[in-house]
Design a protein around this ligand. Sequence first.
Ligand code: PEP
Ligand code: MG
Length: 760
Amino acid sequence: MAPASAAPRILMRRLREIMARPGEPQARLDAIVTQIALIMVAEVCSLYLRRTDGSLELFATEGLNAEAVHNTHLARGEGLVGLIAEKAELVNIHEAQDHPAFSYRPETGEEVYHSFLGMPILRGGRTLGVITVQNKARKVYAVEEVEALETTAMLVAELITSGELDDGVGAIADRTQSRRFSGTCVSDGIALGHAVLHEPRVMISDFLSEEPEAEKQRLAIALEELRTSIDGMLAKAEMQRAGEHREVLEAYSMFAHDRGWVNRLHQAIDSGLTAEAAVERVQNDMRARMLPKQDRFWAERMNDLESLGNRLMRLLLGSEQTSAQSSLPEDTILFARTMGAAELLDYDPAKLRGLVIEDSGATSHVAIVARALGIVAIGEVKGAVNRVDPGDEVILDAVSGEVLLRPTQDVIDAYTDKVRFQAAKQKRFAALRTREAVSADGQRIDLKINAGLLVDLPHMAQSGADGIGLYRTELQFMISAKFPRMEEQRDVYKTVMDAAAARPVVFRTLDVGGDKILPYMRMVGEQNPALGWRAMRMTLDRPGLFRTQIRALLRAAEGQVLRVMLPMVTEVSEVDKAQKLIDKEYEFLIKYGHTPPTRIEVGVMVEVPALLWQLDQLLDRVDFISIGSNDLMQFIFAADRTNAQVEARYDTLDNVFLTVVDSIIKAARRHDVPVTLCGEMAGKPLEAMALLALGMRSISMSPASIGPVKTMILSLDIEKANGFITDLMGREHGSLRPALETYAKENGVIIDAFATTSID
Ligand code: PEP
Ligand code: MG
């Protein structure tokens, strides 16, 4: 072998020349192995690439029988080469035939060779193939030789993933293989598109450097930048205090400060690599070490390290940290390991079709934003980011919770049909936009939307809703870095009112606590946060917070009607206290010469059961009430709404719950106070049918539900349904769902608009 320090450089130069030459991919592979054998003074150099079925195929060799090329296939895990691929670990032995994994293939003629050095070709957590050298002499290869082959393997990996070898070589590695991942539906729908990695992978072009000190200096600067940016993200407020997104960042921070990691990077640079190639090498080594540990903890740490290494490489190469500013396909499906809500808002929403995220579930903030943007999203999809390549075709089925990577044509066709069908339905719903929600027996129903971000606003006009029945003001607080100032709040509320034009908007005051956590607010850990210091309880204890918000609302509503709704009220005295604070702010407004709203309506969310025994006193005090069925349901049935195991155990159409709703409607009627319902059940046609049958005339729901619910209303005779449900509640107990479904079917009430073909 040439002098140790010079060999890799000569080899790299030669390999580059080979790659620059025009010619068939096979000819280039042949030239690569010949060069390696020559420079490493090896009698054999062979290159095996992984096929779609996981087997390894001999793609090129110098020294073994030429006829074996493309004819020798090793099954997954077979032989020394299979072992290297499976374990992603190198093997360096002086007598290959003594190794228990050795598998003799007569067609190769390799029995005359003894020493063996095999190196996995790794990229992004995947083994793409194996490269080996063999000699007749019995020897263990020297560190320099091992490093030279390791560097070569890195280069070949780059060539494979850059697509330069694809053409004509066949299905290299598993890039063309279809794969299916499962996760949880975060934002419903079906989307077809092309993959974009939120954090782009990097392509290294310079592997070798003769100036280790300069490389260490580059590394030091990049590492400092990396640490600062992670600390910045940790301090940033778009995360939950104890959310998974934060945990991932904390793991990054730990690695970024780890001396061992930095030492290994320095050693790799000392062996002649550039700083970025050193990062890649250390990642490969770490992966090899962690791979045999099959448990989830190590897999996650490996993912952390992988993301961190990629960040560092991007810093070293000066490339963008996220794809937000790059040119995106029109049908982008974004893949992220972890992502904050604000990061998603950096993307052009017109190009986003879908989002796949590895660490977030349905309640994360990024999920709230995805829903608000109307992007199909699936969370908790473990391992997807390492398996996807930019530009891959992807189908997201956020009805069944599946991510289909590189689907076959028949699967694409089937889904294209589904999407077409969905789009046709949406068109029909859009056509209903200008149609009033009047039931078959002539009763006008007020349909409003729930909103909470400015991106929600266009939905009001698009869906033809009568206004915003619930504006969740806490979302602005949840996605910003610190408490929004009065002026910032006022500007948002003003924008919302302007967008609503003459239509009413109900602003709910800050409903935080429980599962809605503000990262910049110190909270004590609670055993039962849903029953804890949240919403009204918190804002009454922090009157400054409440008054700032009321001031912002009053200022936004100058000369207009202001509707304010109080969440989680438990006792009527809380309404009185809130009213006093509102009055004070009103006086303040007048004192400083601002134009007041023309009228201030104060309403209350009925979501704590204790209020059910104070309805008369409550209704004497307020201008309207709105049933928060999500919380009321969890408290009536003592079933945590965020716990999947119990959340669906009890039915909103249970006679008990409908009886509660019925008694609230009757009390509101007695007091001539408007009543509405703004929990999730309002957006489900069958549930909405039951609510209207009980006498409700106003409901508020997510914008996507307006079309299906309006379709139901147009087909419903409310008077008749009222007779049915009254009788049903008098004689049955438990869930009334089956009986209500049968009623709908027998009476032509369209409760499944997606399944019907005619809506007129
Ligand atoms: C509810 O509890 O029903 C409700 C609408 O409020 P949130 O879901 O924001 O708690
Ligand atoms: Mg609630």
